[in-house]
Design a protein around this ligand. Structure first.
Ligand code: ASP
Length: 376
């Protein structure tokens, strides 16, 4: 029934209450039917590493995906090709090849893809040995009846689909950082040849003992979403997850509705930062549902951040100021091409990447708090 509401009326209705009032009784409880805009301002939105040239390549993730969608390519194909630039980049240690490994020194990847028009989703978690986790997640969506494959099963699936399986996805950089971490947490067994390191190591140990991993270094992920001029949406999140995690730990990135969500004709959302905080609130699903009810992407991401902030009940998750000892960022793009991103904290790293008719660029995220994150 709601599909019959004309776009003009939908736009006029604007705010949540207006749209809600036009829906049939009870519809809000059961995912209201979609009012799909006929056209959109095409856009690609991503976490900041979606527009960072760390490998000196000709195009960043958002540029690659944008060029593909304006050529008429499928939005998910375009995004997977875009994030692959970051996954394959040995210098980006938050994703794919060269991502920071788990506590055992093994790189385990999580990824999730969603295709709006096809209503497909696929994800992998704790995947070892394949650089391009998002492409494997795409294969799960396209070739299986399942949404999430993990660990050994995910790797065997990838092997069966023709992906190259490698013994080790570490680079010299990720291995060096892992060894440094090992020395710091276990100085009795792992000797540090550089004595000047010891003072820093002590500080680091204190932080870890307090449950506060270095908030600037511990997380890293790429999320990207796109909308075509026809209003077709897709989204991807891919990551090596939390650095030095307990082997087998899965974050929010590959979980539908947590690190990534996309609903045809409505919008897409994703997250980076402390996965546990987001798993608790399923931020991406919640944001997309706010878009469905008529919220602007900016209002939806800020409301999701408030939920994260309010969800902190344990002191170990707070810093000396009583503020969150971590950051979370949410990104949202609606079916009309409006977008926004928000972070808990402000600061130089509080930015995201966009590519649309105005070109590729960084845009500041809207901070929930007026402070910068405390780093060691
Ligand atoms: N959210 C990811 C995770 O918790 C990490 C990140 O985004 O930095 O695994």
């Amino acid at each position: 029934m709601a599909e019959r509401i004309r776009r003009r009326e939908f736009l006029r209705a604007g705010a949540t209450a207006g749209v809600a009032a036009m829906l049939p009784r009870g519809a809000l409880g059961q995912a209201p039917a979609v009012v799909r805009p006929k056209t959109a301002r095409p856009a690609v939105v991503a976490s900041a590493n979606g527009h960072e040239f760390t490998n000196g390549g000709p195009r960043t993730c958002v540029q690659e995906a944008w060029e593909r969608i304006v050529r008429g390519e499928d939005p998910l194909d375009a995004l997977v090709a875009g994030v692959e630039i970051v996954e394959l980049d040995p210098l980006d240690d938050s994703v794919g090849f060269g991502g920071l490994p788990n506590a055992d020194g093994v790189v385990q990847l999580d990824a999730c893809v969603m295709h709006g028009p096809k209503r497909r989703a696929g994800a992998v978690a704790a995947l070892e040995g394949v650089r391009t986790a998002a492409r494997v997640a795409r294969a799960v969506a396209d070739h299986t009846d399942h949404h999430l494959l993990v660990g050994r099963g995910a790797q065997e699936f990838a092997r069966g689909m023709g992906f190259r399986i490698e013994d080790d996805l570490n680079t010299e950089n990720s291995r060096r950082k892992w060894l440094e971490w090992k020395r710091r947490i276990d100085p009795g067994h792992w000797l540090d040849p550089d004595r000047r390191e010891r003072a820093a190591a002590a500080a680091r140990r204190e932080m870890i003992a307090a449950g506060r991993l270095d908030p600037e270094k511990a997380w890293g992920t790429i999320h990207a979403s796109a909308v075509t001029s026809a209003g077709a949406l897709a989204s991807v999140t891919t990551t090596s997850g939390l650095a030095w995690k307990i082997p087998g730990r899965v974050g929010d990135s590959p979980i539908l509705g947590a690190g990534n969500y996309c609903a045809d004709g409505v919008g897409a959302a994703g997250s980076t930062g402390r996965g546990e905080a987001n798993l608790f609130s399923l931020g991406s699903f919640w944001i997309v549902e706010q878009l469905r009810l008529g919220s602007h992407p900016k209002d939806a991401v800020m409301a999701a951040l408030r939920r994260v902030r309010e969800g902190i009940a344990e002191k170990r998750l707070l810093d000396a100021r009583g503020l969150p000892g971590f950051d979370v960022k949410f990104y949202a793009l609606d079916a009309g091409g409006r977008f926004a991103a928000g972070s808990l904290y402000r600061g130089p790293r509080a930015r995201f990447a966009v590519c649309d008719a105005d070109g590729p660029r960084f845009v500041p995220t809207e901070p929930l708090l007026d402070q910068e994150i405390l780093t060691q």
